[in-house]
Design a protein around this ligand. Structure first.
Ligand SMILES: [Zn+2]
Length: 345
């Protein structure tokens, strides 16, 4: 599916597919629909109506039909366990299941957030065989920044010696996390993000104006990310989170109670939201930018210490960097909550 804000990028990239590099690095802000774009591009590259002048797939040929049903033999996709177990990307999950033991995955309560080396090795093996129906092979890796150094190095082989008539599409909102060796062997294709007004307008199909605004703010401006938050009930989680944080801000909730409340929510999401809260607080203090939660402040405004808030921001950044590794989340949350309390004193 091509979102309205991607039409220009679509014409530029899919309209010039004959000259497309064998390694494509699709980049752009998080939550704007990059995987959907990558899937549409893959479908187009495999479509058998080669002479079609339009950048769009025909939707009729054998290839297009197989692609949409999740069973195209020349298309390969790998993603994290977390993505393939979730409902956010149904087609991507279907294809990536060929690269995971889905029965074993579904038995787990916590799903991996990385792309592992076995997936990449298997991809290289399968990608090197002949193409079955389309004459072209396409592989998609999303999010490419979830490969560690060893995995990325294994993938280098594919970029250095690409099989004939093949395209490898890497998708990421954080290209800086990819090794330079990978980036330099791909052609970067940045995807546009919609402006705030267009994003809100698009979201109005799914939520009230108020929920749309909150979700867009929480998603960092990406409308697809915002819609996901709405669909998955994250706005309710956010309400719980915010009432806890505001309780402490208003000196009504103690640190231990707040840490307990936060520990029940998704750790990575909490880190993201808490970091944004700290940024909002600092911006309010130093630039007078009123945050969206200012209506919940009870009594007079607090005199937070900007210096201590900046220290807290760094602490959260540190945890975000290692949040995909095993760590004592309870302890981490307590540490952040106490630092927050000190910044308010
Ligand atoms: Zn077709």
């Amino acid at each position: 599916m091509i979102y309205p804000w991607h039409e220009e990028s679509w014409t530029r990239i899919a309209g010039n597919r004959e000259t497309l590099h064998h390694g494509v690095l699709l980049t752009g802000q998080s939550g704007i629909g990059k995987p959907e774009f990558a899937l549409a591009l893959s479908e187009r590259l495999l479509c058998q109506s080669a002479g079609r002048p339009s950048p769009d797939s025909c939707g009729q040929c054998q290839s297009c039909r197989l692609f949409g049903s999740g069973s195209h033999p020349d298309f390969h996709a790998i993603t994290t366990e977390q993505n393939s177990a979730g409902a956010r990307y149904p087609l991507l999950s279907q294809y990536s299941n060929r690269y995971q033991d889905s029965a074993e995955r579904d038995r787990k309560t916590r799903h991996g957030r990385v792309i592992n080396i076995d997936q990449v090795r298997l991809l290289i093996e399968r990608f090197s065989t002949f193409s079955h129906i389309s004459g072209t092979k396409v592989a998609l890796i999303h999010p490419a920044d979830r490969m560690n150094m060893n995995t990325a190095n294994a993938l280098l082989k594919l970029l250095e010696e690409p099989p004939d008539n093949s395209v490898l599409i890497l998708v990421t909102s954080e290209p800086g996390r990819l090794p330079a060796t990978i980036r330099s062997r791909c052609m970067g294709q940045p995807l546009a993000a919609p402006g705030r007004e267009s994003a809100l307008q698009w979201l109005a199909q799914f939520a009230t104006a108020e929920s749309g605004k909150t979700a867009l703010h929480l998603a960092g401006g990406g409308p697809i990310g915002a819609k996901h938050l709405i669909d998955q009930g994250y706005l309710e989680q956010h309400e719980k989170y915010l009432s806890g944080i505001m309780g402490m801000y208003n000196h009504q909730t103690g640190a231990i109670d707040l840490a307990e409340q936060l520990a029940k929510l998704d750790f990575e999401i909490i880190l993201k939201w808490f970091q944004r809260f700290v940024v909002d607080l600092v911006l309010w203090r130093v630039a007078g930018a009123e945050p969206y939660w200012s209506g919940q402040v009870a009594g007079n405004r607090k005199q937070e210490s900007v210096e201590k808030l900046c220290g807290l921001y760094d602490k959260i950044t540190g945890y975000r960097k290692i949040s995909r590794e095993p760590l004592n989340q309870q302890l981490a949350i307590e540490e952040m909550v106490f630092a927050f309390q000190r910044s308010l004193a």
